[in-house]
Design a protein around this ligand. Structure first.
Ligand SMILES: [Fe+2]
Ligand SMILES: [Fe+2]
Length: 219
């Protein structure tokens, strides 16, 4: 199929799995009442640092200039998100200066993504799929912040972070339309996107076990 048709098909397949992630997450369900926004923001910092590092890792191993620069843009944005979340935590009174989000190591999702070699696989996984997950998770997180009476954190996500994550998703869409042009590349990208979603779902399950909440923001 041509690359436009492929991207539409992949998007539809992703949305089906994303609906599954979404449907388990009613705000009123789960024992998240005691879970503070601050703890979720600390999980967000880990997502942001992993997203920054992945894009940085891939920059020197990508020869195609527009893709190289897409990773560069993402490095800057995700690092900016990290700092903004850190600032917000400080405002909320969290002692954050010596907090290391990677102290317990990297997530399985990061380890999987960092092993990807194909440029089209990387775009399908890290931008087109991971950023689509982020958009869903952040919408839920914004609603949670508002429900818990933290409009300032909700505003940070709605006005600054979420538009960037949408932009990363759109970058992924445009690059896939341009470069996912063969059956071989498309088959591989489909599998990679699926694995990304499965690992994200697993990660969400682990966070839920640890914190009792499904609403950790994405990246
Ligand atoms: Fe992002
Ligand atoms: Fe981000």
């Amino acid at each position: 199929m041509n690359s436009k048709e492929f991207v539409e098909e992949l998007h539809a397949a992703n949305q089906k799995l994303l609906d599954r992630l979404r449907s388990t997450e009613e705000l009123s369900s789960g024992p998240e009442a005691g879970m503070s926004i601050r703890n979720l923001l600390k999980i967000a910092m880990k997502n942001e640092i992993e997203a920054t590092e992945l894009a940085a890792l891939w920059m020197p191993t990508t020869e195609t200039i527009d893709i190289k620069m897409a990773w560069a843009r993402q490095v800057g944005d995700e690092a900016k998100h990290y700092r903004l979340i850190q600032d917000r935590l400080r405002q909320l009174g969290e002692p954050i200066d010596h907090f290391n989000p990677l102290a317990k190591g990297y997530t399985a999702l990061f380890k999987f993504l960092s092993m990807l070699h194909g440029t089209v696989d990387r775009i399908a996984a890290a931008q087109f799929t991971r950023e689509a997950i982020a958009v869903v998770k952040n919408e839920q997180f914004i609603a949670l912040c508002e429900a818990k009476g933290d409009p300032e954190t909700a505003r940070l996500y709605r006005e600054i972070i979420q538009p960037d994550e949408r932009f990363h998703f759109e970058l992924g869409r445009n690059l896939l339309e341009k470069y996912a042009t063969t059956d071989e590349l498309q088959t591989s990208a489909r599998m990679t996107a699926r694995q990304t979603l499965e690992l994200a779902e697993e990660l969400q399950g682990l966070i839920f076990q640890e914190t009792g909440v499904h609403h950790a923001p994405g990246c």
